[in-house]
Design a protein around this ligand. Structure first.
Ligand code: NDP
Ligand SMILES: CC(C)CCC[C@@H](C)[C@H]1CC[C@H]2C3=C(CC[C@]12C)[C@@]1(C)CCC(=O)C[C@@H]1CC3
Length: 401
């Protein structure tokens, strides 16, 4: 709407004859209209330029910018919160712990499995981002089932009850991965019949629940984002595990021939994909009830990525190679031994069949659907992402010898 002063009546000039008055009024109205049109063009131009989120986001961005990030204290969640605040959203965080301090964020501490805990965090909120999960390497099956599956059902119920309109789930590209090569996999691939671990099994159940609950007729729309191999500053997992493995001297051998391409996705690109999805998710949009791969769109040989990060942190790149199948059966054998001795001692092996599969096979995914339906394009290239990540871990850098 034009501002008040632009709406004010025409200003009268010195001659008072009726023709002149009429002419002057018409001229002034014309001028004001032109001025308003120009300013409104500028405003929309400003929005489009400032926004990488496309024209269709205008409605959402102006109408409602209140959201809750479930899992907002975690690695991805914190990056989500930072970007959402920059984009002018008002942000609630719901998490089992408070991971950081920020006076602009309203924290709600609770367990997502409890609707009573959730409901206060969802009042007056239009969009919910659900990116909470137990850590993927946990062995606690019951916890995965409770949080990822039944907990997500509770999130859906609570969203509906609180009148939330959009639910954006952080799923995982691994929901279609069975430990066998996937090259440029699309979202049409079926869910894994034999998921690589229990974490993935419950991510499948979770995604099905969220997409199945999409109900635009009742003003409840859902979408699932499937990232893969998220990395970036403050990640407590990927880079620290790599460095830990290198420090213990176990990072000397490459699994397979070193050529297998994999997606590693910079956290800011993952965040960008989530926000785009939220802003493009409208009643009539193709996003409703669908899953979207979000990657860096630059698959890289697994061992090249590992080597670049390690060398960047002053560790040696792995040099030797072991055939993939040999490594896989060795890891199976190790798991068997660990199981046998488990009543006596608890061992957590680094070398697991799941990690061998992740390290030795091709698994990269097409993000064409996200490009087409929401204009997705990575905002940070892989080179820049690796550079930024390496720089962000000075404490993990090996001192020069
Ligand atoms: N990291 C990756 O490479 C990939 C991750 N994903 C998905 O992305 C999402 C975010 O992952 P990431 O940021 O790495 O994970 P984090 O573990 O860093 O963040 C998850 C957050 O959720 C919290 N949380 C766990 N259980 C509950 C609960 N019952 N109620 C409330 N909060 C809870 C965690 O608390 P606490 O730390 O105390 O457990 C943590 O703060 C997850 O859904 C994951 O499955 C998908 C693909 C790849
Ligand atoms: C010890 C080395 C041989 C491997 C070190 C790197 C790994 C820690 C990571 C390489 C691929 C990553 C990955 C995940 C976790 C960390 C890696 C195994 C996920 C399992 C995280 C959760 C998901 O949803 C899927 C990810 C696939 C890739």
């Amino acid at each position: 709407m034009p501002k008040k002063e632009q709406m004010k009546g025409p200003s009268w000039s010195f001659c008072c004859c009726s023709q002149c008055l009429l002419l002057s009024a018409v001229v002034n109205i014309g001028k004001n209209l032109l001025k308003w049109r120009h300013e409104s063009d500028l405003r929309s131009q400003e929005f489009t330029e400032e926004s990488t989120y496309g024209a269709r986001s205008t409605h959402c961005a102006l109408a409602s910018k209140k959201c809750t990030v479930i899992g907002g204290s975690g690695f991805l969640g914190q990056h989500m919160v930072e970007r959402l605040l920059e984009r002018g959203y008002s942000v609630n965080v719901f998490d089992i712990r408070q991971g950081f301090e920020n006076e602009r964020v309203q924290f709600h501490i609770g367990d997502l499995c409890s609707k009573t805990d959730l409901l206060p965090a969802l009042q007056g909120v239009n969009i919910v981002f659900h990116c909470a999960s137990p850590a993927p390497f946990s062995n606690n099956k019951e916890l995965f089932y409770r949080v990822n599956y039944t907990g997500t059902r509770t999130v859906i119920q609570a969203c509906k009850e609180a009148g939330v309109q959009k639910l954006v789930l952080t799923s995982s590209a691994s929901v279609v991965f069975e430990g066998k090569d996937i090259k440029d996999g699309t979202e049409d691939l079926p869910y894994a019949h034999n998921p690589i671990d229990y974490y993935t099994e419950t991510k499948i159940l979770q995604e099905k629940e969220v997409l199945g609950s999409n109900d635009p007729a009742n003003n409840f729309m859902t979408v699932a984002i499937r990232p893969h191999g998220i990395f970036g500053p403050r990640d407590p997992q990927l880079v620290p595990i790599m460095v830990e493995t290198a420090k213990s001297g176990k990072m000397k051998i490459m699994i397979g021939n070193g050529k297998n391409l994999v997606d590693f996705t910079y956290v800011e690109n993952v965040v960008h994909g989530h926000i785009l999805a939220a802003e493009y998710l409208q009643k009539d949009s193709p996003l409703c009830g669908k899953a979207y791969h979000i990657t860096n769109d630059e698959p890289i040989p697994f061992w090249t990525f590992i080597s670049r990060v390690l060398v960047g942190l002053n560790y040696d790149a792995p040099k030797y190679k072991i055939p993939y199948l040999l490594a896989y059966y060795l890891a199976l054998f190790v798991s068997f031994l660990v199981l046998v001795v488990s009543p006596l001692i608890t061992i957590k092996p680094t070398f697991t069949p799941m990690r061998v599969a992740l390290a030795g096979t091709y698994h990269y995914y097409s993000c064409e659907r996200a490009k087409k339906d929401m204009g997705y394009k990575p905002v940070v290239s892989l080179d820049k992402a690796i550079e930024k990540t390496v720089q962000s871990y000075p404490q993990l850098r090996r001192a020069s010898q």
